[in-house]
Design a protein around this ligand. Structure first.
Ligand SMILES: Nc1ncnc2c1ncn2[C@@H]1O[C@H](COP(=O)(O)OP(=O)(O)OP(=O)(O)O)[C@@H](O)[C@H]1O
Ligand SMILES: [Mg+2]
Length: 591
């Protein structure tokens, strides 16, 4: 394209275009095929002829008997995970519809953190069920309307069957987090991971009264991203993972003579340099006499001494700054009584966490330093060597509002997966703090919705019943997949579940005596009462999953024209208009 370094624009002369039914079908197929194609290339083992849906690809990643995927990223790194979002994030696809499917799992991840596999499986299944509807010449608008209706009804069902949870109860919270961790690689250390997640979330959750005692009573903030930092240090045992009662930063003291262990330190946090002040703009000083030069140096020294004296007045034990600390300042600090330990070039985010943990305020100008800015809540300051790096710990804080989660484990890949699992667990705990209701897991909720919708669809008049019914059928995919993943007999177990569901519906909901609690035991593949089995999940995850899945299916159905603005023959360009058959045959690697 570029000649002699001059970039040349190539206008698109023949954009590819696909309209009407063909576009709709292609969308559904893309959701089915494109990812399969990419994964096939990457993993090299999935059969290209088997037309697997996007959902099919990550279907084996659902539930307690989930398989891991190993993905080689373009940089040559390995991703070892069964987290739906983490898998799809690594995949690049050509077809816009497949891209939008991947976007789905990202939405889910950002909104609630868990359920990213479920949302793709459900959305894929709904799309697959809408294909026969399109073939029966039902207008997409009719389908979409029925889908919206079904979504409303489904949300009502979730509301009906979910139960409140006491977020201060250790047992209930642990059981809930366990359900989320139980489907992950870390499930072997389930108890440990659950308590890590719970402790981290409890640490960083603050009520509005803590922050600003205004009239916004009861509103909580749980900022995991900012205040609960995960430090992954390869080496050691997984059992050594812990949540610190405080924070840790990857720094050492600036001078080897400084104290590395202090009990109950007084901490000053700065975000200004402890060096001579440089001019704001470029300054030139012309000196004619030698004494003048000495005077300038002296002034600089005095400036630093004045700063240090001001700090020393407050008798701190440790000074953290985001900027530099000059040798001279270190000298004054060491000579102070008590000698001061200085740590420099701390990251802004770390400094914020330290501030929350030790109860200090970050000071921008040393003249503004007040006694109330000094942090005194840290119990023990110490510097340790982990692996081959030094880490500064602010541990045993009295009531830290920020924490570091220290993960140890055999390798970087495993630590990364544990980190992702923990992130899921923490977001589940956070969701429940905001919306303390639980829905039964193991496919029980999906089954209850499915049965309720199927019942209603029968009574519906006209053509809208079919798409409504499609949602009901599609939702069965979750229990079915759970059964399949553990090698159970899907048809028999599903039938049993359905029948139990109908008992509930046919009797008055008042004496439903909890039949909708029946779901699949993901280890044996048998029908089990989720109440006694103890498998409960955050209702907000379920609600978000359904909303995202159905909304995206609606979106894709609304498309009746795909115009690919790529040049014909350009990499991946063809994907835009291929039909399923051609797509499956075209397996040349793109990268
Ligand atoms: N022990 C179990 N028995 C049966 N079903 C289970 C069990 N544990 C979890 N499940 C079910 O597994 C599903 C969750 O699986 P999983 O955690 O693999 O995927 P996800 O939450 O959709 O996505 P991800 O965690 O990858 O973001 C839920 O429907 C849950 O009810
Ligand atoms: Mg999960």
């Amino acid at each position: 394209m570029a000649q002699g370094g001059i970039p040349m624009m190539v206008m698109n002369t023949g954009p590819e275009r696909q309209t009407g039914r063909k576009a709709q079908t292609a969308n559904i197929m893309a959701a089915k095929v494109s990812i399969d194609k990419v994964l096939y290339r990457k993993a090299g083992q999935l059969t290209p002829s088997a037309l697997q849906t996007v959902a099919d690809v990550i279907r084996t990643c659902l539930g307690p008997k989930a398989m891991l995927k190993m993905i080689l990223d373009p940089m040559g790194g390995i991703l070892l995970t069964n987290d739906g979002h983490a898998i799809l994030r690594e995949i690049d696809v050509a077809h816009p519809a497949a891209k939008s499917m991947i976007e789905l799992s990202r939405t889910q991840d950002e909104e609630v953190g868990d359920g990213t596999t479920s949302v793709i499986i459900i959305a894929g299944e709904i799309l697959a069920h809408s294909l026969p509807l399109l073939e029966r010449n039902i207008h997409p608008v009719v389908i979409i309307k029925a889908f919206s209706h079904a979504l409303d009804d489904a949300l009502k069902v979730i509301n009906d069957i979910s139960v409140p949870v006491d977020i201060s109860s250790e047992d209930q919270m642990m059981a809930l987090i366990k359900t989320s961790i139980g489907t992950k690689f870390s499930s072997r250390w389930s108890d440990l991971m659950c308590s890590l997640a719970l402790k981290a979330v409890r640490t960083v959750s603050v009520t509005a009264e803590d922050e600003a005692p205004t009239d916004s009573v009861g509103i909580k903030t749980v900022d995991i991203k900012r205040y609960a930092r995960v430090e992954k240090i390869p080496g050691g045992e997984i059992e050594d993972c812990r949540v610190l009662n405080g924070v840790m930063v990857n720094k050492d003291v600036t001078h080897p003579k400084m104290r590395r262990r202090i009990v109950n330190p007084r901490v000053v946090l700065l975000d200004c340099p402890l060096e001579y002040k440089k001019g704001e703009s470029q300054t030139n000083i012309e000196v004619t006499r030698e004494e003048d030069w000495n005077k300038i140096l002296l002034l600089e020294e005095e400036q630093i001494k004045a700063m240090c004296d001001k700090i020393i007045e407050f008798k701190p034990d440790i000074v953290f700054t985001e900027k530099g600390v000059s040798d001279l300042a270190q000298h004054y600090f060491l000579k102070a009584n008590p000698p001061i330990t200085a740590i420099r070039r701390v990251r802004k985010t770390d400094n914020n966490r330290i501030a929350r943990a030790v109860g200090a305020t970050i000071v921008n100008r040393i003249d503004d330093l007040r006694e109330s800015d000094v942090g005194t809540e840290c119990g023990l300051f110490h510097v340790e060597k982990l692996g081959d790096e030094y880490f500064t710990f602010m541990d045993e804080c009295k009531s830290p509002k920020a924490c570091t989660i220290l993960l140890r484990g055999p390798s970087k890949d495993i630590l990364n997966e544990i980190d992702r699992n923990l992130a899921d667990a923490m977001s589940v705990a956070r969701n429940v703090v905001f919306n303390p209701t639980l829905a039964p897991g193991g496919g029980a909720t999906e089954m209850a919705i499915s049965v309720a919708l199927a019942k209603k669809a029968k009574a519906m008049e006209g053509v809208a019943g079919a798409p409504y019914r499609a949602i009901a059928d599609a939702l069965e995919v979750i229990p079915r997949t759970l059964i399949q993943n553990c090698g159970g007999n899907a048809i028999r177990v599903l039938t049993e579940l359905r029948v139990r569901g109908f008992i509930l519906i046919s009797e008055d909901a008042k004496h439903a005596n909890g039949e909708h609690q029946y779901g699949v035991d993901g280890d044996t593949g048998k029908v089990t009462d989720m109440k006694t089995y103890g498998l409960l999940e955050s209702a907000s995850v379920k609600i978000q999953t359904l909303k995202t899945a159905i909304e995206s299916a609606k979106l894709l159905l609304r498309v009746d024209d795909i115009v690919s603005a790529r040049r014909p023959g350009q990499e991946g360009g063809e994907g835009g208009v291929q039909t399923m058959g051609e797509d499956a045959g075209d397996m040349q690697p793109e990268m």
